[in-house]
Design a protein around this ligand. Structure first.
Ligand SMILES: Nc1ncnc2c1ncn2[C@@H]1O[C@H](COP(=O)(O)OP(=O)(O)OP(=O)(O)O)[C@@H](O)[C@H]1O
Length: 622
């Protein structure tokens, strides 16, 4: 629910729901800290009152000599204690609040990223609105509960002070007390409007700030540094970064101006009321109805009520803004599953009958073109299937659909006859090993870079080394300064602050082998997806790795994607994709005999290697 829209009562219900959620989160983070902060804040608020009473008592004891001196001593000691408490309590409250904010921030962050991890598909991470929300959720989840606790306590403490001042004013002029109190109503309404606008501004500037952040990252990332320096493109990106900052600032400026206008109106209203009150007080004193002392008390009480009301209203408006922003956190944490999961989900057995795409239509979003248009394809168990086609033909899309990162809009994909939508995605993925085209370089140790493929192998060095050997990268990793424990990163230090050492950077092909090892460490999974697993390898390495993989998976199901037809010609079935459908399929020999697209592409590549070097061609258009 968006708190900036909907009826007033719906908005209120949402805000109250948010408040309950924030309180629950705060309480989970540290009940002791919440109680500690509350006690310190309330105690600090009553200290001035205690000091006033003890001062009054001590003055009375002094002006009435002959009393018990021990009483004066006790009152004096009380005053010292109150003085000390007045100095120390705010410090203790600040310390506890800092600790509370850190604890609740860590808890909220864990909750948020736990929720993000529960999204089984990829579409949320490709949705700019969701990414904007995620950014605000991170901020508000970490800060809102702490700020709300502080706000609630400040309001409670302010209410105590306000009651004292308002009582004094009421004793002198009841009408004036009511008038000052009533002036809080437009002030509160105005400030709430401002806080709603502020929260809306934070949402509106989200896309600009996220883009600004992207440019900042690119301008300082080592991956982009080569191109940006060679192409001298840094200035262009810096301008884009500045442009997004300027746009965000323009939004903030508009909001600041509105806020200024509201606050000027409210300040003038307060001044008019205070002036009217002063006029009444002077007139009453002139006529002898009240004393000069009363005038001074009246002025002090009016100023006290107004300033306390202002700070109370500001706190309430801040709390309102925090709650409005906290809705982003709640929305992410309470988001429904992105892909429907059957309940109960059917078990996923070892692949025996094969995987079938039946009349599969798929596009990434309703406003985007179809990538697959009624695709029919069978992936036979125990066989290797190679997908071939021009750039954008949909090969990687098929690999992602096989992992159920998306669901097709029409048709079905079945695993041994069971629709993937009926299966538990985690159980399905347990049965799959994969190297994706855009595989990750993790700034972690070499062992972790492989072990992430199967967490139970993280501490099993033998398994890690076996996978690395299969991927042909064992010797490289073994010979690193700290072997498999070497950090594969140039942006973080290895070791602690005292013994910090630079990590190591691998070559593109070595990284690709590490990614392959990560897939292979999963062991004998039912399905292995290899999306361009050897594009960065030298020809000899590519040949060796393919031979090793064929040996390793001789009776296993594999889907290979490659533009280098020489690398996949030995696959049991070659599938040529075109226009979102299967254009040709068969063995290399079948397809060469067919003399269709595959044969043309294969001959072009072969000629490229043997003939005129200027005619080197791959299956890609781009
Ligand atoms: N995450 C995505 N969101 C939107 N469109 C996408 C996404 N991924 C791919 N596409 C589009 O889907 C089409 C198929 O892309 P896909 O990556 O499956 O092709 P491919 O055959 O693997 O290409 P290549 O040989 O270049 O790797 C392309 O037109 C691409 O623009």
């Amino acid at each position: 629910m968006d708190v900036s829209s909907g009826s007033r009562s719906a908005r209120l219900r949402t805000l109250l729901g948010g408040l309950r959620h924030a309180v629950r989160l705060g309480w989970q983070a540290g009940p002791g800290l919440v109680v500690g902060v509350a006690l310190c804040t309330v105690a600090a608020a009553v200290m001035p009152v205690a000091a006033a009473w003890l001062t009054k008592l001590s003055l009375e004891l002094i002006t009435h000599p002959g009393g018990d001196p021990r009483r004066l001593l006790t009152v004096g000691a009380g005053l010292v204690a109150v003085g000390l408490a007045t100095a120390l309590l705010p410090l203790a409250a600040r310390y506890l609040r800092g600790q509370f904010t850190r604890e609740v921030g860590a808890l909220a962050q864990d909750g948020l990223f736990g929720a993000a991890e529960r999204f089984t598909g990829l579409s949320r991470f490709e949705d700019p609105v969701f990414l904007d929300r995620l950014r605000l959720a991170q901020y508000s989840g970490c800060h809102a509960p702490g700020n709300l606790l502080g706000g609630v306590l400040t309001v409670a403490a302010g209410a105590l002070t306000l009651a004292g001042f308002l009582g004094s004013l009421f004793a002198l002029n009841a009408g004036m007390a009511v008038l000052v109190a009533m002036s809080a109503v437009p002030a509160l309404a105005g400030q709430l409007r401002v806080s709603r606008r502020r929260a809306a501004t934070t949402w509106e500037v989200g896309p600009y700030e996220r883009r600004e952040h992207f440019y900042q990252e690119v301008l300082t990332s080592v991956q982009a540094a080569k191109e940006l320096r060679l192409f001298a493109a840094g200035g262009y990106l810096r301008n884009l970064m500045n442009d997004n900052r300027r746009r965000a600032n323009a939004h903030y400026l508009r909001t600041d101006r509105r806020e200024l206008r509201t606050q000027i109106s409210l300040a003038m209203l307060s001044a008019v009321i205070a002036a009217a009150g002063l006029g009444w007080a002077l007139h009453a004193a002139w006529q002898g109805r009240i004393s000069v002392g009363d005038v001074s008390l009246f002025v002090a009480a009016t100023a006290g009520v107004q300033s306390t009301l202002t700070s109370l209203i500001t706190e309430i408006a801040n709390g309102h803004q925090q709650l409005t922003l906290f809705e982003h956190y709640r929305t992410v944490v309470d988001s429904p599953a992105d892909l429907p999961v059957a309940s109960p989900a059917a078990p996923v057995g070892p692949l025996r009958g094969g995987i079938e795409f039946r009349d599969v239509w798929f596009r990434y979003a309703p406003d985007q073109p179809w990538v697959l248009r009624g695709l029919n394809l069978t992936i036979r168990p125990g066989r290797s299937t190679a997908l071939v086609g021009v750039n954008g033909a949909g090969k990687s899309t098929i690999a992602k659909l096989l992992c159920r990162f998306y669901d097709p809009q029409r048709g079905s994909i079945t695993w041994d006859g069971a629709d993937l939508r009926e299966l538990d995605p985690a159980a399905l993925r347990e049965r799959i090993g994969a190297v994706f085209q855009d595989f990750m370089h993790y700034d972690l140790s070499a062992a972790e870079n492989i072990g992430l493929g199967s967490l139970d192998a993280l501490t099993d060095r033998e398994r890690l080394e076996h996978a690395a050997r299969l991927a042909g990268v064992h010797e490289t990793l073994r010979d690193l300064p700290d072997g498999y424990d070497t950090l594969l990163s140039r942006v973080f230090f290895q070791g602690d602050a005292v013994n910090a050492r630079l990590g190591v950077s691998l070559s593109g092909g070595q990284w690709q082998r590490v990614a392959l090892a990560r897939a292979l460490v999963r062991g004998e999974r039912d399905l292995l997806l290899l999306d361009e697993p050897s594009s960065g390898l030298d020809p000899r390495a590519e040949y060796e790795i393919h031979k090793a993989l064929l040996r390793h998976r001789s009776d296993r199901t594999s889907v290979l994607i490659s533009h280098r037809l020489g690398a996949v010609r030995d696959a049991d079935v070659l599938v040529v994709l075109d226009d979102g459908q299967v254009a040709e399929q068969g063995t290399h020999v079948d397809l060469m005999a067919l003399d269709g697209r595959y044969a043309r592409l294969f001959r072009m590549q072969a000629e490229g290697y043997q003939g005129d070097p200027l005619n080197v061609v791959t299956t890609g258009k781009g």
